[in-house]
Design a binder for this molecule. Structure first.
Ligand code: FE2
Length: 451
């Protein structure tokens, strides 16, 4: 091995262990980092982002590595600290712990918790869709598995939806055994108050979903569990032509009335897969609008990423029982986000990362009102990850705020935390912080304001 060119060794590895996908080996803490430009002084809180970082250096799939949080604390225009910490899961610390036992039993206290990090009712939760959450401290120490005081009986998606109107947290869990899908609702104060098994066609891989002010929306799509693939290790899901593609709309329960699987109205859609909706809302004409990063197909031959997702809109007419599908853009995008206070509400703007075969990655800002878009191009040597919108306090315009995230610089093999003006994203970054270590490409993050 030692007489090989290191570049040759690199090329033998799967993509998720090479380049800036490769895991880092150290947990680093650094204080009072140098700021280039200006960090908005009113930003007081922490940007935390989760991603896969296999401690052993190897994992069978990008989605299977141990969770690691990278975070910065900002205050008064300063970058107070940077930290990266593995989520101290049972998967990480107990080599013999397995999610799925030899008898087919499932232990949801075991997971890699590598996908997202969200806050609700004073708790910080690191999430992975196979398992229960892990609760973290504001300084990224793992406090333990969190199961909503023993009430959670399903897995928890990494993409719960916090309703900006009620403060409720809506989420689901899916699995390869029945019930294949369970919807859960958590009160604003953090109490799990509703769990409903939802009937779907089979063991679909449901990564994300949507809410609107009065509905929750499930995607029952044709990427399904495969037992033989599971026996071989790796990602046990594949495309299935015979599995119907459907979107299900269920009314949100209120104090007066509870809704269940029988109340779901299903809409047949063209075969596709969606990891991430951008947002959903109830339009003035009564239709339910759902914008997604839509793949025409996923994982037919293997679990590599060979198709691109593009922004599409489903418009569902609940009275007529019909759905129309519209392509909104032809760029390959992922990591769509909106202003969190508009989750489930009509949004004009949406943000995503676009990638191209023949040119640089860009951060795109969609103006869904006008149909126009703007982009921030970081140049040929820099690659952005997901960008999170953070509103300016007391700002009135929807895009009055900032986009923040990590950007990788290839020539220097370094990463920066970058802040863009969301109202003018094509402009140079307002501020950035070169980090004391590389941040591997990861998944999703959140802003945790001090208030
Ligand atoms: Fe995701």
């Amino acid at each position: 091995m030692t007489d090989l060119d290191p570049g040759v060794e690199q090329k033998k590895k799967p993509f998720h262990l090479r380049g800036n996908y490769a895991p880092v080996t150290e947990e680093v803490t650094a204080f009072d980092l140098a700021v280039e430009g200006t960090l908005p002084p009113e930003l007081s809180g922490r940007y935390l982002r989760n991603g896969a970082n296999p401690k052993s250096g190897w994992s069978p799939h990008w989605f299977a590595g141990d969770g690691m949080i990278h975070g910065l604390e900002l205050s008064g225009g300063e970058a107070k600290w940077y930290r990266n910490r593995w989520v101290q899961t049972r998967s990480l610390n107990e080599p013999d712990a397995v999610l799925i036992g030899p008898d087919g039993s499932v232990d949801r206290t075991i997971g890699v918790n590598n996908t997202h990090i969200v806050g609700h009712a004073g708790k910080i939760l690191a999430l992975v869709e196979s398992s229960f959450p892990c609760e973290l401290s504001p300084e990224l120490e793992t406090l333990g598995v969190y199961d909503f005081d023993g009430r959670l009986e399903s897995a928890m998606t990494a993409h719960p939806k916090l309703c900006p109107v009620t403060g409720e947290l809506h989420f689901f869990g899916y699995g390869f055994l029945e019930p294949f899908l369970v919807y859960n609702r958590v009160s604003a104060s953090g109490e799990l108050v509703q769990s409903e098994p939802i009937t779907v066609s089979g063991s679909t891989m449901m990564h994300d979903f949507s809410i609107t002010e009065n509905y929750v929306i499930f995607m029952d799509l044709p990427v399904i569990f495969d037992f033989e693939m599971a026996m071989k290790g790796g990602m046990p899901y594949r495309w299935e032509d015979d599995y119907p593609a459907r979107v299900g709309v269920m009314p949100r329960s209120t104090a007066d009335r509870s809704y269940s699987s029988d109340d779901v109205q299903w809409f047949d859609v063209d075969p596709c897969y969606v990891f991430h909706p951008m947002n959903s809302f109830e339009a003035d004409d009564g239709t339910l609008v759902m914008d997604t990063a839509r793949y025409p197909e996923l994982w037919r031959q293997d679990t590599k990423f060979e198709n691109d997702a593009m922004l599409h809109r489903w418009s569902m007419d609940l009275q007529a029982g019909t759905v129309t599908e519209l392509a909104l853009d032809d760029r390959a995008i992922e990591f769509p986000r909106v202003r969190e206070s508009l989750v489930g509400q009509p949004n004009r703007f949406g943000y995503a990362v676009a990638s191209f075969q023949d040119r640089d990655s860009e951060v795109v800002k969609y103006d869904l009102g006008s149909g126009h878009s703007q982009a921030h191009n970081f140049g040929a040597t820099q690659i952005p990850g997901e960008m999170v919108f953070v509103p300016r306090e007391n700002g009135t315009a929807e895009d009055d705020g900032w986009l923040m995230g990590f950007v990788y610089d290839k020539p220097t093999d370094t990463s920066s935390f970058v802040v863009l003006d969301a109202a003018d994203i094509a402009a140079d970054p307002i501020g950035q912080v070169v980090l004391p270590q590389r941040v591997p490409f990861g998944f999703h993050g959140s802003w945790f304001p001090d208030a």
